[in-house]
Write a protein that binds this ligand. Structure first.
Ligand SMILES: [Mg+2]
Length: 408
């Protein structure tokens, strides 16, 4: 039998995870709220039926769904549930990729080593699905096919609590033919527009298109997708996370602000989190970038070379401050701030500079204490400008803090 890849994806995961600890939520319309409690970032099928969309502000959602239960997200809990799911799948298939908090790719052959036909594979996948629901309480959907891209399309299209095995060419043809190109992971709005200019709007069109044209339009990534959609697996299952190209921390600053003290608080918070992420991944970076979005639209970005490969806040923080000055003028109201480190290398392989003056001592003492008594217990006094952010414990942990997943 040909090589088979499975994609497992939890159904409305954040809501399902909340239902694991609050069983009374089962059957109710539930919305999980994001960062500052302003937007719905996940919803149950009951809330979806009321017309609420992901990303919608809470004040619009409550009009459409006044009986909804709205809960603030808690990534500590979601990660705990995610790791439990991972352990169950791993017992069935040791070749497994932790793709995102609620999605795994794994080798479907080890899931059903004695399978003689599609039906046997389907039965094995159903058994795994039932085991996860029984042991953990989370419903998942599973797609199995000849490549990652096809497996993901299969699981997406059979939700909720579905199971789809796509092996035969004719069945693949039929199944993916009329799906929109944006259903393919890796084809977002910009690629959609480029493809549409050549009349390529569905997955069927994409598969029929000339491979060289796809490469011209979407570079080598597009060509990989083209092969994958023809059932040729190019992207392997990655059991270990490959090195990041960049590490970023930041996002919304909550209620948009033009207050210099608050913005300074965000700058230091984002920098402290960035240093934490670099150290945790054992990276050093050679370049830093700041990106601001303004409330009135538009924004600015600036970047600088650090002149050394570094992971210490005594170099990164002054650099971040300089970049901020280039991006911001008094009176400008900021909605988002990102701090991005790139030109990454592993700490162990960094090039030492003769003129290196930085010291990671303070960062290490901080990390030690916080590791023992709680994240952010010791932090820069500048972050006292954000009392509301630190008082709310849902801000202690974010999706980007979940270590080891491959999607970003
Ligand atoms: Mg999911």
């Amino acid at each position: 039998m040909v090589r088979l890849i499975a994609h497992l994806d939890a159904d409305c995961f954040y809501v399902s995870a909340e239902r694991v600890r609050h069983r009374c939520l089962t059957g109710l319309p539930v919305g999980v709220l994001g960062n500052q409690g302003a937007c719905v970032i996940a919803k149950s099928y009951e809330m979806k039926a009321a017309g609420v969309k992901t990303g919608e502000p809470i004040w619009e959602a409550v009009v459409k769904c006044p009986d909804g239960v709205y809960i603030k997200r808690d990534f500590h809990w979601y990660e705990a549930i995610s790791r439990r799911m991972f352990e169950v799948v791993k017992t069935r298939s040791p070749t497994i990729e932790y793709y995102s908090i609620d999605e795994f790719f794994f080798d479907a052959k080890t899931l059903a080593p004695l399978a003689k036909n599609e039906e046997d594979i389907h039965i094995a996948a159903r058994e795994l699905q039932e085991e996860i629901l029984d042991k953990i309480g989370v419903p998942v959907s599973i797609g199995i096919s000849r490549s990652r891209t096809l497996a993901k399309l299969a699981s997406d299209a059979c939700k909720p609590y579905g199971c789809k095995v796509l092996i035969n060419d004719e069945e693949i043809d039929r199944y993916v033919e009329s799906l929109e190109v944006t259903e393919i992971t890796g084809v977002a709005e910009r690629s959609r527009r480029k493809l549409a200019l050549h009349g390529i709007t569905t997955v069927g069109d994409f598969r029929r298109a000339d491979r060289r044209l796809i490469r011209k339009l979407l570079t080598v990534r597009g060509e990989i997708l083209w092969w994958e959609l023809h059932g040729d697996p190019i992207d392997p299952i990655q059991t270990k996370r490959p090195m990041h190209k960049a590490v970023a921390r930041g996002g919304s600053v909550g209620k948009s602000t033009g207050d210099p003290a608050r913005l300074e608080g965000w700058l230091v918070r984002n920098c402290e989190r960035l240093v934490e992420a670099l150290v945790r991944n054992q990276y050093v970076c050679g370049r830093l970038q700041m990106a601001l979005s303004y409330k009135q639209g538009g924004g600015a970005s600036a970047r600088c070379s650090l002149g050394q490969q570094i992971d210490c806040s005594d170099v990164l923080l002054p650099a971040a401050r300089q970049l901020f000055e280039q991006c911001w003028d008094e009176g400008i109201v900021v909605s988002h701030m990102h701090l991005i480190a790139d030109k990454l290398a592993m700490f162990k392989q960094r090039q030492l500079s003769l003129f290196e003056k930085s010291s990671a001592k303070l960062d290490h003492i901080k990390a030690d204490i916080n590791g023992k008594i709680g994240r952010f217990a010791v932090r820069s006094g500048t972050t006292l400008q954000l009392p509301d952010i630190y008082a709310d414990e849902t801000n202690d942990y974010d999706i980007c803090d979940i270590h080891g997943k491959t999607c970003f």
